[in-house]
Design a binder for this molecule. Structure first.
Ligand SMILES: Cc1cc2nc3c(=O)[nH]c(=O)nc-3n(C[C@H](O)[C@H](O)[C@H](O)COP(=O)(O)OP(=O)(O)OC[C@H]3O[C@@H](n4cnc5c(N)ncnc54)[C@H](O)[C@@H]3O)c2cc1C
Length: 477
């Protein structure tokens, strides 16, 4: 019997476990999968709180429904009927600039008319197709890429705000290639973003003419719509855990990892138990993974420690509709760092996903912290609420007392793929190949979104099965 130990039951750990379980018959000797989770619940960052008839996401809001692996996982788990797409009203997005909220039209003409950028800034955006191409062999920052293609104003307003909203990151430090690989590919394959969008439209038209089904993830596929589940996002990890049964062990902190003399690994838990494994998958954020690797390979541990994460806090605010003049209309807003607020943005949750609040209430969530403001996540409750309420007033003009508030903290928050991230990954992979039987997985390495974690988990499960089978075939096993 072969054994795979997976450390962590976030979306990465659970999806890897299910992919292995579904393909266990490929291992002739049989396969035992053990998921060890430090906490008392599954899901990691994905967690849903239920308060007074509200459904409150503590972390992620949802996923885009354009990645085939995620859609297949949801179907595999029988969850298609549970899916809830964001309301169409949520397409209305706003950005706070120069002291007011600006509506951001999705269509190019509307965008050019709206006043979020100066006239000069908007004209510069129109010159995107003529931007100079990427300097050869340079791992550009997101800011440098955006400034080169759409101009410095749009980069420091629009792109900065987007990077804060998605990665809680610093636009001047993150690598375009590692953070937005699709955008890098659009430029590399088509010579620019507008040209790539036109090429996609043409591909879609041609596919339609040929009567082909336009699939998510294909060249003509849709951009994706924010999606969750009617009862909250934790529906996904809970259902995964149900499917995995006693494979998942809660309250089991992995404290040690040693390479065995022959092959394989020994995992030690905080309760003093040891577990031999033919393969180990570490899915926790890089700052937690690095110390575990110290005894296996100190250079590998040092490389993993160089991948930082940005902590952030999520502050949920419930309001009576009568106190705030009705439900906010749209998705919410982001704030570029140049505006000087500490909040990164605010999601109008009950407008995005109707049903998240009782009929006479509204639910909003504010994000604060990130790479620019690492201290915010550890601020005391009163101070955090003071800042959030002051800045909600400044941005939305909302002075009413909330009906209730909740704070959810993510000290290790979101992985930051700085310039040089791919070189670091190559270096890490070199060590992993030498060691054999060890996988580093999850949002610190190959993409922070739930979609990226799910996609990569399936791929890594395939690699693990190949490894186990190669070892079975080798004469000295
Ligand atoms: C506030 C916030 C909002 C986000 N919003 C979105 C969003 O809207 N859409 C989206 O796609 N993504 C979003 N993300 C990103 C997404 O949530 C994560 O990238 C993804 O959930 C990571 O999953 P994971 O399994 O790789 O890691 P994690 O969720 O971090 O899971 C790791 C697990 O390992 C366990 N663990 C740690 N150490 C040990 C140990 N020693 N022994 C045993 N177990 C251990 C932890 O308890 C945890 O359960 C958001 C992230 C945050 C923080």
């Amino acid at each position: 019997m072969k054994r795979v130990v997976i450390v962590g039951s976030g979306i990465t750990g659970l999806t890897t476990a299910l992919a292995l379980k579904d393909r266990a018959s490929e291992i002739p000797e049989g396969l035992e999968i053990v998921v060890l989770e430090a906490g008392d619940r599954v899901g990691g960052n994905i967690a849903t709180d239920r308060v007074d008839g509200f459904t409150v996401e503590m972390g992620p809001n949802g996923y885009l429904d354009n990645v085939p692996e995620t859609l297949a996982l949801i179907s595999r788990l029988g969850l298609d009927e549970e899916v809830q797409q964001a309301d169409e009203a949520a397409e209305k997005r706003f950005l706070f600039r120069n002291g007011k909220l600006h509506f951001l039209p999705a269509d190019p003409i509307g965008f050019l008319r709206c006043g979020v950028l100066s006239v000069r800034g908007r004209i510069r955006v129109m010159f995107e197709p003529f931007a100079r191409s990427r300097p050869e062999g340079v791992d550009e920052t997101v800011f440098d890429f955006a400034a080169r293609r759409i101009g410095p104003e749009a980069a420091s307003v629009l792109v900065d705000a987007m990077v804060s909203g998605v990665f809680a990151g610093n636009v001047n430090e993150l690598s375009l290639q590692s953070t937005f690989p699709k955008m890098a590919a659009m430029e590399a394959d088509h010579g620019g973003l507008v040209k790539a969008m036109v090429a996609k439209m043409v591909a879609r038209r041609r596919a339609k003419k040929r009567g082909e089904t336009i699939v998510a993830g294909g060249p003509a596929g849709p951009a994706g719509r924010l999606t969750s589940f009617r009862n909250g996002l934790d529906t996904l990890p809970m259902r995964l855990a149900e499917e995995l049964g006693n494979t998942v062990q809660l309250n089991e902190v992995v404290v040690g990892l040693k390479r065995k003399h022959t092959t394989g690994w020994t995992v030690t838990t905080g309760k003093g138990a040891t577990l031999d494994a033919d393969a180990v998958v570490l899915t926790q954020p890089s700052p937690m993974t690095a110390p575990l690797l110290e005894s296996a390979q100190s250079d590998l541990a040092a490389a993993v420690a160089r991948i930082p994460t940005a902590g952030l806090a999520v502050v949920a605010l419930a309001y009576r509709l009568e106190d705030i003049g009705g439900a906010p209309d749209g998705f919410g807003f982001l704030v570029p760092r140049s505006e000087g607020t500490r909040i990164l943005g605010c999601l109008w949750d009950s407008s995005i996903f109707p049903g998240r609040a009782p009929a006479d209430m509204a639910l909003m969530r504010v994000m604060i912290g990130g790479a620019h403001d690492a201290e915010a996540v550890a601020l005391g409750e009163d101070e955090l609420l003071d800042i959030v309420r002051r800045e909600i007033d400044e941005t939305m003009g909302l002075t009413a007392d909330p009906y209730w508030t909740r704070i959810y903290r993510y000290p290790l928050g979101i992985g930051q793929y700085l310039v040089g991230h791919q070189d670091l990954l190559d270096h890490i992979h070199g060590h992993l190949e030498d060691l054999g039987g060890l996988w580093l997985a999850g949002s610190s390495y190959y993409g922070v979104s739930m979609n990226a974690c799910i996609e990569k988990a399936g791929e890594q499960a395939g690699e693990i099965l190949d490894h186990l089978n190669a070892r079975s075939d080798s004469p000295d096993c």
